[in-house]
Unconditional design. Structure first.
Length: 146
């Protein structure tokens, strides 16, 4: 597996033409550009190194990091998680779709609270690859009574 594929790449789901550009300014490799402040961001996957800075910086939670084939038959998705308590690595949680509806069980592969992410905690879930188009978040632990 190539280094880029192992680290994954950004997944942009920004559908708004709003004056916003942290994604483009935080990306050091030029993988995200904007033609104007209000334009939707353009993604150049060949330049993405999977650093996740854009995932942490986007105020609209419109960017994810996805890692195809994280394990055989498994997909990984990274997103910002602003709730407490935080999940723990190795914990099994409920993965949900964009509307918060349960999709499948997932395992927490990473919980990253790094200074470079500027107080935004990033959570990575691993789940069956067949759900890659649906999974975008996890059910909050407090909702699960944990
Ligand atoms: S993951 Fe890093 S390199 Fe890739 S688009 Fe986001 S900021 Fe740029
Ligand atoms: S930072 Fe997020 S919301 Fe703002 S333009 Fe970029 S992807 Fe869209």
């Amino acid at each position: 597996m190539s280094e880029q594929k192992r680290r994954g790449a950004a997944l942009l789901e920004c559908c708004q033409e709003i004056p916003c550009n942290p994604c483009a300014t935080v990306c050091k490799t030029g993988a995200i550009t904007k033609a104007s402040l209000n334009a939707r961001p353009e993604f150049h996957p060949d330049k993405c190194v999977g650093c996740k800075l854009c995932v942490a910086a986007c105020p609209g939670q419109a960017i994810f990091l996805e890692t195809p084939d994280y394990e055989p038959g498994k997909w990984a998705l990274t997103f910002p998680y602003e709730y407490r308590p935080l999940p723990e690595e190795g914990q099994t949680v409920t993965a949900v779709d964009r509307l918060g509806q349960p999709v499948c069980q997932a395992v927490v592969a990473a919980v990253e609270d790094r200074p470079v992410y500027n107080k935004t905690v990033l959570v990575t879930l691993v789940f069956p690859a067949e759900h890659r188009e649906q999974v975008r978040f996890m059910k909050r632990l407090e909702q699960e009574g944990r």
